[in-house]
Design a protein around this ligand. Structure first.
Ligand code: PHE
Length: 451
């Protein structure tokens, strides 16, 4: 495939891949998971997971993608010559399209909240704010419309291609996102008693740790790095042969973790400042936070108004850089395998994702009878991807790179033909051969009560 797109610059590549990593996972999932699991102690375990399992996993996907320079399904077959491994690519496309569907529902809620913040609608006591969320999210039409808007915006970025669509959008959106985040962090940390929120985030209380925390931290780390969905493999197929894969993985993991911690610094000081506990779970940013913003900025309503708008704009932007990457995995596959124009390939993914979004959204309230194994469709899709397909994808990728792909191929890609990071190679190989597969398997089995 000679005329494939590629990233035009190193900064573009890092920002686009970091854009995939930075998303609702950082700004929505990380704070509420940290809140539920005791704060700083959870963050320490999380960072260990990123370093020990996330980084080797990311580099493995990069090796496969860059070497094969093709879509994920073909890449997993081509690099070892064993076609059965294509199934990991298929799982990746399945997983990312399902995530795209239900993730867009939450992204759509952010668009509604952005609109409602501008219109000044989320004002009132705490029961009003809770009712606002329940009524809106269980409506038949509006959440579906917003999710569709979100998927269609993603679609149009994707259709423009790798350099003019994905890279250009990421170069614009990532710095904007960072600035928005810093403004809100500053406002939140200047509130009275903000220090107790900062303490919660940085002062570890190990008594809060349970075996479940390990599992939560691992799941969160993989989800946040977009690992195990063939997303990194697809993006790295657009990397240049000169890109230092180890450096790129380090930079992306660093940006991703920094943004997650900053998201904590944005939410916890504000919550503690008004005496609200940050352990509400998924509704943290839709029920707890609007209340927190109102109370915290009660004496400066204009600041509260602006902060609330900036916050939901930030969420929508972060979600968009991620949905773009989820969409690209399937689009690249259909484009290259069906030999159809990108436009047509993108529609296949868009329409599938819209259908998943509709089912997910309706299961959240309008049709609560839409359940599988006793879970709402939304929870089921989340469970299926984050707890099963994602760890399975990451596990198989490590086994594949560690044991199946010829060692010389892995080494050539890791070291850029023996020019960089040569000393690190044995450590990397040890991690992907032994440490990652064993740890991921243990955690995976643990969730089903097997070990
Ligand atoms: N990493 C993204 C986030 O943190 C989610 C994502 C998962 C993106 C899988 C692509 C693939 O929100």
């Amino acid at each position: 495939m000679n005329n494939r797109g590629n990233f035009g610059s190193r900064i573009g590549l890092v920002l686009a891949t970091a854009g995939s990593a930075v998303g609702l996972g950082n700004i929505w999932r990380f704070p509420f998971t940290t809140g539920q699991n005791g704060g700083a102690a959870f963050i320490i375990i999380y960072i260990i997971c990123i370093l020990m399992l996330g980084l080797p996993g990311m580099i493995s996907e990069f090796i496969i993608g860059r070497h094969a320079a093709t879509n994920a399904v073909r890449a997993y077959g081509v690099i070892s010559g064993k076609r059965v491994w294509r199934v990991v690519g298929v799982m990746g496309i399945l997983c990312s399209t399902i995530i795209l569907g239900f993730y867009s529902v939450v992204a759509g809620w952010c668009l509604q909240y952005l609109y409602a913040s501008v219109a000044g609608q989320i004002k009132g006591d705490s029961s009003y704010v809770a009712r606002y969320f329940t009524e809106f999210s269980s409506d038949i039409a509006m959440p579906v419309v917003w999710a569709m808007v979100f998927i269609i915006i993603t679609h149009f970025v994707i259709v423009k291609g790798v350099r003019k669509g994905i890279e250009k959008a990421s170069k614009l959106m990532m710095p904007t996102l960072f600035v928005l985040l810093l403004i809100i962090v500053a406002a939140s940390c200047m509130l009275p008693n903000a220090i107790s929120g900062i303490k919660f985030l940085f002062y570890p209380d190990f008594s809060k740790l349970s075996s479940n925390v390990m599992l939560e931290a691992l799941g969160q780390a993989f989800f946040s790095l977009s690992l195990g969905t063939a997303c990194l493999c697809t993006y790295s197929s657009y990397f240049s042969k000169r890109t230092n894969l180890v450096n790129a993985a380090l930079q992306i993991a660093l940006i991703d973790t920094l943004i997650a911690v900053l998201a904590g610094l944005m939410i916890f000081p504000a919550a503690f400042s008004v005496g609200v506990k940050p352990d509400a779970g998924p509704s943290l940013i839709f029920i707890t936070l609007p209340n927190v913003f109102q109370q915290a900025f009660a004496s400066m309503p204009l600041v509260g108004y602006v902060i609330s708008i900036l916050f939901y704009a930030l969420l929508a932007l972060a979600a968009l850089t991620s949905t773009i990457s989820m969409h690209e995995i399937g689009t690249a596959f259909f484009h290259e395998e069906l030999k159809r124009p990108r436009r047509h390939a993108a529609w296949i993914v868009t329409i599938t994702a819209i259908m998943i979004a509709i089912v997910s959204s309706l299961s959240c309230g309008a049709y609560p009878q839409l359940t599988v194994f006793g879970m709402s469709m939304m929870d089921f899709f989340d469970f299926l991807t984050a707890n099963i397909l994602l760890p399975a994808g990451a596990l198989l990728t490590c086994i594949y790179v560690g044991w199946v792909v010829p060692r010389s191929t892995v080494m050539t890609e890791f070291t850029n033909r023996h020019t960089v990071c040569i000393r690190l190679f044995p450590a990397f190989l040890f991690m992907v051969r032994f440490v990652c597969p064993i740890c991921i398997t243990l955690v995976f089995l643990h969730q089903f009560g097997i070990v």
